[in-house]
Design a protein around this ligand. Structure first.
Ligand code: ADP
Length: 888
């Protein structure tokens, strides 16, 4: 029947719902219940139940029961009954089938039974839940109590931890609190040390556990695990590990990391033996304490760091203040030394005062200054000793590089020796009483980068000096070195000034001596400058020239020469001399002449005044400072000479007269005018004749010399053709040339200028020279005569420098291929009576007077004669004669 009912229920669902809803209008209807029965869902569930499926209905009721556990069940049942009645009425209306009515009744009974079942079930569940909640509430309140206690304890600990910043105290609080609160078998606090190792810093409980100081490498797995989890770790039973003997066998172990900021600074380990799981309940509390402790420890560390920093800062302030004080002292010392150094230029005073000041400031017991020796700078010598005078005994000498002071000098570095007995550089000084003990400082003294000495300060205590002393001494060394240098410079300058003063004094004395000598000279002396202005004149010159000194001083030497020498002025070429004071061979050129001044015969010579080069450098020429004119009164000598010459002249004449008679008579005898002579007689007569002739020649020559010397040769100046003069001489000597079969060559170019000379004297000169060439050339030899015009500059020295520069000359040379003249004889060839030893000496005959007459004659004509010769090859006589100005 149920399927029929089910079918009907489905079909009538809409109508039924309408009717059921109508029931709500009544106050007692389903609406009145506290529970809103979803009628639509109920309709569906009813149909399902009719179909045998009570699941939708159960869900509907379960939801109702769950929604409101205290819902009014009787009201719900009443509602269901109303719904039953309404449904039955509808069913009855549709069908009179009573079986269906019964089935519907059964259905509703089943529904109500289901409702009651579900309701009961829910009520039971509710009761259970309430009981459970009550029990839970009890437990929760106990836990809350426990928690409150723990929080209080935590609070207390927090307060205690925050009350101190002492690390040891903090560790004590942590270890004590944890041990008390957890009642653990062993508690330990580990902190990482600077080497990153974990070290137990506080420990409490059983002696089995790790004691204070116990250390683990950083990478230990047990604690590392806590670190890596960054949270507490719990092992119910400690892992057995032989490397970790801090784990107590049979204990549970809890590791609580100490995390400060991002960093793990350590850990706390708790080990429990009796109730292994107890630890677990304390985990949060313990972790809280550890966290607080971590913060407190970090604060303590921070506080410690700040205090250390503070202390450091204070220390640095103290040190800086001390440094500044030292700096101030140093500057004051430096200032004191610099000002005392500036106050004096006395070296000893500078050295002694400096030593005294420095030794006082650095409290040195001994101090000395050694300076490099002036003439041997590689040697250091004591120049000052603190509190002592220098004596032979206390002055020492060190080679630079020797000893500590020598080392400082060699390396240019300050040396601080804390213990002299340990320093290998130390050397003992022979005779010194100084012991090898204590400490010392050696400071080099520099001037312009060079070490000039060393300052050494010492004390009998080792490690007495410090870097501050070194700085002070270094700072002062500069000022002292400058003082030493200044003193040395002053001494050098003073010595130089003194030397110059002495030099000046000596020069002044010499000058006045020279002036005195000059004035006392019998010869007149006039000195002029490079322009001829007279610089000094002596009394003798004033006397000879008949002019007051003052007047002569205003003159020019050119004027004096012109005025007093007249015709001879040209022989003293002052300008020429001042232009070229030295000959080519480097000798001073000298000109001289003789003139009659104020009735007196005066030999006047002119020479340059040269100042010897002080550097004695041979390369440098002497400096020309002017010219010197010397006037020698030779009147008396000339007079004596004149008398001598007069005597010789008279004598010669007296001799020549009888000699002429002898010669005439001998000639007469030889010619047989007085009867025929036999051979022996003729030979004797010939010998008498030739000797008489030689004697007459000799007398003639002597007379000639006398004439030359007495200046009594009067010259007849004329312009002459050299060739003309030569031809006369050659014609006269032609017989001799022919007799000796000489080859005579004459090479005189046409158009040569005329010469100015005296024709008789020129003939005499040429005759003598050509005769010599014939005489001293073996028969068949060659004789060559040549002539050319030349300038002074082309003449050889020393001839050239004795002639005026500006003139032109005709140079005649007479060369032969004769016996020649030895080099050593050449200088004497023009001396009186000098004859060389040569193979033709005897054959040639002669007196040795010819050339001694020729030379002064050439010079009288204003020319020069000189010779060049090679023994065995021949000789050349050169004669330079001035060209006549009038070329016509
Ligand atoms: P002497 O009457 O002896 O010739 P001189 O005064 O003329 O006197 O000459 C002096 C000396 O010079 C001669 O004795 C001779 O030794 C040397 N002498 C002169 N001319 C020549 C010459 N042409 N060759 C070599 N020797 C010469």
């Amino acid at each position: 029947m149920k399927p029929v009912l089910s079918h009907w229920l489905q079909n009538q669902q809409a109508a039924l719902l309408q009717q059921w809803n109508d029931l709500r209008d009544t106050t007692t209807g389903p609406v009145a219940t506290q529970v809103q029965l979803d009628l639509q869902r109920f309709a569906l569930a009813l149909a399902a139940v009719a179909n045998g499926d009570d699941q939708p209905l159960r869900e509907l009721f379960s939801e109702l029961a769950a929604a409101e556990p205290g819902a009014d069940l009787p009201a719900l049942v009443r509602n269901l009954n109303q719904v039953h009645r309404a449904t039955r009425a509808a069913l009855l209306h549709d069908t009179p089938d009573l079986a269906l009515i019964d089935t519907l009744a059964e259905l509703f009974d089943q529904i109500i039974a289901t409702l009651v079942d579900i309701w009961a079930e829910h009520t039971n569940q509710l009761i259970h839940e309430r009981e459970f909640i009550a029990a839970s509430l009890d437990a929760a309140s106990a836990a809350a109590d426990q928690r409150a206690l723990q929080l209080k304890a935590l609070n207390d600990i927090s307060q205690r931890l925050s009350a101190t910043l002492d690390r040891d105290e903090l560790l004590e609080i942590v270890i004590d609190s944890l041990h008390r609160l957890t009642d653990a078998y062993h508690v330990a606090v580990w902190l990482t040390d600077p080497t990153n190792q974990l070290r137990v810093v506080a420990s409490r409980g059983s002696a089995d556990g790790p004691p204070v100081g116990y250390c683990l490498p950083p990478a230990n797995p047990v604690i590392q695990a806590a670190f890596t989890h960054a949270g507490s770790t719990f092992w119910p039973a400690a892992p057995v590990d032989p490397d970790h003997d801090w784990l107590i066998a049979g204990c549970s172990v809890m590791v609580l990391p100490m995390i400060g900021g991002e960093r793990l600074i350590g850990a706390v380990t708790l080990q429990e033996r009796n109730n292994p799981l107890d630890l677990r309940f304390m985990q949060d509390l313990a972790q809280s304490i550890v966290s607080q402790a971590t913060i407190a420890l970090q604060n303590a560390d921070l506080y410690h760091t700040i205090r250390t920093l503070n202390a450091d800062l204070e220390q640095r302030v103290i040190e800086r203040t001390r440094e500044l004080e030292e700096e101030k002292d140093r500057l004051a010392t430096l200032h004191a030394i610099a000002s005392q150094v500036n106050q004096t230029l006395d070296l000893d005073q500078i050295l002694n005062n400096s030593l005294e000041m420095l030794a006082r400031i650095v409290q040195a017991e001994h101090a000395s200054i050694l300076l490099a020796e002036e003439d041997n700078p590689s040697l250091l010598v004591t120049r000052a000793i603190l509190g002592a005078k220098l004596t032979h005994d206390n002055v020492v000498r060190f080679a630079i590089g020797q000893g500590i002071a020598g080392w400082a000098a060699q390396h240019g570095q300050t040396v601080l020796v804390n213990d002299v007995s340990q320093d290998e550089r130390w050397i003992s000084i022979p005779g010194s009483t100084r012991k090898r003990e204590g400490s010392m400082i050696s400071v080099p003294l520099f001037v312009q980068g060079e070490v000039i000495g060393v300052m050494t300060l010492s004390h009998s205590r080792t490690h007495f000096f410090n870097e501050g002393h070194v700085r002070l001494l270094n700072a002062c060394a500069g000022a002292i070195a400058i003082g030493i240098n200044n003193a040395n410079l002053f001494r050098m300058i003073s010595a130089e000034a003194e030397r110059r003063y002495e030099l000046l004094d000596r020069q002044q004395k010499e000058t006045s001596q020279i002036a005195a000598i000059l004035q006392s000279l019998l010869d007149g002396v006039i000195v002029c400058d490079l322009y001829g202005s007279v610089l000094s004149v002596n009394q003798a010159a004033s006397r000879i020239l008949h002019r007051p000194l003052e007047e002569l001083l205003l003159w020019n030497l050119h004027d004096i020469i012109q005025r007093y020498l007249g015709n001879h002025a040209a022989e003293l070429p002052l300008d020429d001399l001042l232009r070229r004071p030295l000959s080519v061979t480097g000798e001073a050129r000298t000109f001289s002449t003789t003139a009659v001044i104020n009735g007196r015969t005066i030999n006047v010579s002119l020479s340059p005044v040269l100042k010897a080069d002080e550097n004695e450098d041979e390369e440098d020429e002497d400096e020309l400072i002017g010219a010197l004119l010397v006037l020698r009164d030779i009147t008396r000598e000339v007079e004596a000479d004149r008398m001598k010459n007069e005597f010789i002249g008279t004598m010669s004449h007296e001799l020549r007269t009888p000699m002429t008679a002898i010669k005439g008579f001998t000639q007469l005898l030889a010619m047989g005018g007085l009867g025929q002579l036999n051979d022996t007689q003729r030979e004797f007569v010939n010998t008498i004749y030739s000797n008489t002739e030689r004697m007459i020649n000799l007398i003639n020559d002597v007379l000639e010399i006398t004439k030359i010397e007495s200046g009594s040769i009067d010259l007849e100046w004329r312009s002459l053709h050299l060739a003309e003069a030569l031809s006369g001489v050659i014609a006269e000597l032609q017989p001799q040339i022919a007799q000796r079969q000489h080859q005579l060559t004459i090479s005189i170019p046409p158009g040569l200028p005329l010469i100015r000379a005296d024709s008789m004297r020129l003939h005499q000169i040429l005759y003598h020279v050509l005769l010599n060439a014939i005489k001293y050339t073996p028969p068949g030899g060659n004789i060559t005569i040549a002539a050319r015009e030349t300038l002074n500059v082309d003449l050889p020295e020393p001839v050239r420098s004795t002639l005026s520069d500006s003139r032109r000359y005709l140079m005649l040379s007479i060369s032969d291929t004769g016996v020649g003249i030895k080099p050593e004889d050449l200088p004497r060839i023009f001396d009186r009576f000098f004859r060389t030893d040569n193979p033709l000496k005897v054959e040639a005959g002669g007196t040795g007077l010819g050339l001694s007459i020729v030379k002064p004659l050439v010079e009288l004509l204003g020319g020069r004669i000189w010779v060049e010769s090679t023994v065995g090859e021949g000789s050349t006589f050169f004669i330079a004669l001035p060209v006549a100005h009038d070329r016509a």
